[in-house]
Write a protein that binds this ligand. Structure first.
Ligand code: HEC
Length: 324
């Protein structure tokens, strides 16, 4: 039988393109209790056993987030070694059942960003369901009841009352309001900029560079609340990121986050909501490696320190950000 195992290992390890995507029935067939699929890159459940890791590996899981507290009853200390020997990153975010809170759910939200295939688990998926419910409530247009139902779908049981308490807490409600308003502000800003860019493009791309500059300037001056764009390679030095935002930009550069993935960033005194920006076809006209001579000339004139070049469609370009 030994050779068979070796062949399977080669097949599994040979090509990352060969990973099979999981389907709901396969995930539910695991030994891991309450196992389920959240989306294309996240599966959740209770405590997995060593055999389950073979399935995780065959699906291309590269990261394990364990919410169990080391030393709690029936804690499986070997799991870290199972994950590591399967080539997975192992992250521990210890959350005791009595500690379900807004802070813990935000800490989890930070870890979950990105498209890395991840297994998130606790002992019975109760804590998983609780924290996912709080996150969904904060970032989606969802009532308390809907958020709890979402949590239940992913394992929330005995922690339901406690989770309800967090959802109904004035601090959570206030943060949800701020996030909702921030998301709206970013959306309006993005749409307005794009509209002005398209108008400018009608007059010719070189003219559009100037329209873009004027539009941003005008929005910067008239906007009562801080909203803007930033990048690791800026065209306008005024868009350079502050340290907290720079950390997010670096992180998002490495692990592609979903286009609609919002993240909260604390920069000491204030809270910032950020959303990734990806390159589209239109953007290459002014941010690609090669641009037309008239655009080149305009950029040289208006942005002598321009760094925002060399991007391709689909590249991570930067973030929208707004103080909330
Ligand atoms: C007509 C040329 C033009 C096109 C097309 C264009 N941009 Fe820009 N872009 C600019 C200019 C000019 C600036 C600098 C604006 C300012 O002064 O803040 C800029 C700035 C930015 C910034 C802010 C960070 C920085 O580099 O200063 C981001 C992010 C950005 N563009 C992304 C995009 C994306 C995404 C698209 C496609 C949807 C796009 N751009 C299309 C000209 C363009």
């Amino acid at each position: 039988m030994k050779w068979k195992k070796a062949v399977i290992a080669i097949l599994l390890g040979g090509s990352s393109l060969a990973w099979a995507q999981w389907d709901e029935s396969q995930v539910q067939a695991l030994k891991m209790p309450q196992s389920g699929v959240v989306n294309d890159h996240l599966i959740v459940g209770g405590q997995p056993d060593e055999d389950d890791f073979k399935s995780f590996k065959s699906w291309g899981v590269v990261r394990v987030i364990n919410l169990r507290v080391p030393g709690e009853k029936n804690f499986v200390a070997e799991e870290e070694a199972w994950a590591k020997s399967a080539g997975m990153e192992y992250l521990s975010l210890p959350v005791a059942g009595k500690d379900i809170s807004l802070e813990q759910s935000l800490a989890l939200k930070k870890l979950l960003g990105g498209q890395k295939k991840t297994l998130l688990h606790c002992s019975s998926s109760n804590r998983v369901g609780a924290l996912l419910a709080i996150n969904r409530f904060l970032f989606e247009p969802m009532s308390t009841k809907e958020a709890l139902a979402y949590g239940e779908k992913h394992g929330l049981k005995s922690l339901e009352e406690m989770t309800k308490g967090v959802l109904n807490d004035p601090e959570t409600q206030a943060l949800k309001k701020k996030i909702t308003a921030g998301k709206k502000r970013i959306k309006q800003y993005g749409m307005s900029l794009k509209g002005k860019l398209m108008d400018g493009m009608k007059k010719g791309p070189a003219q559009a560079v100037q329209s873009c500059q004027l539009a941003v300037k005008e929005m910067r001056e008239t906007g009562s609340e801080r909203v803007g764009r930033s990048s690791l390679k800026v065209r306008n030095p005024e868009n350079s990121p502050e340290p907290a935002l720079q950390a997010v930009l670096k992180e998002w550069q490495d692990r592609k986050v979903g286009a609609d993935d919002f993240q909260l960033v604390e920069d000491g005194k204030s809270m910032i909501l950020a959303k990734p920006i990806y390159m589209q076809g239109l953007c290459v006209t002014c941010h690609g490696a090669k641009v037309s001579p008239d655009i080149e000339a305009q950029l040289k004139k208006l942005y002598p320190q321009d760094l925002a070049r060399g991007y391709k469609v689909g590249d991570f370009r930067g973030v929208f950000h707004t103080e909330i």
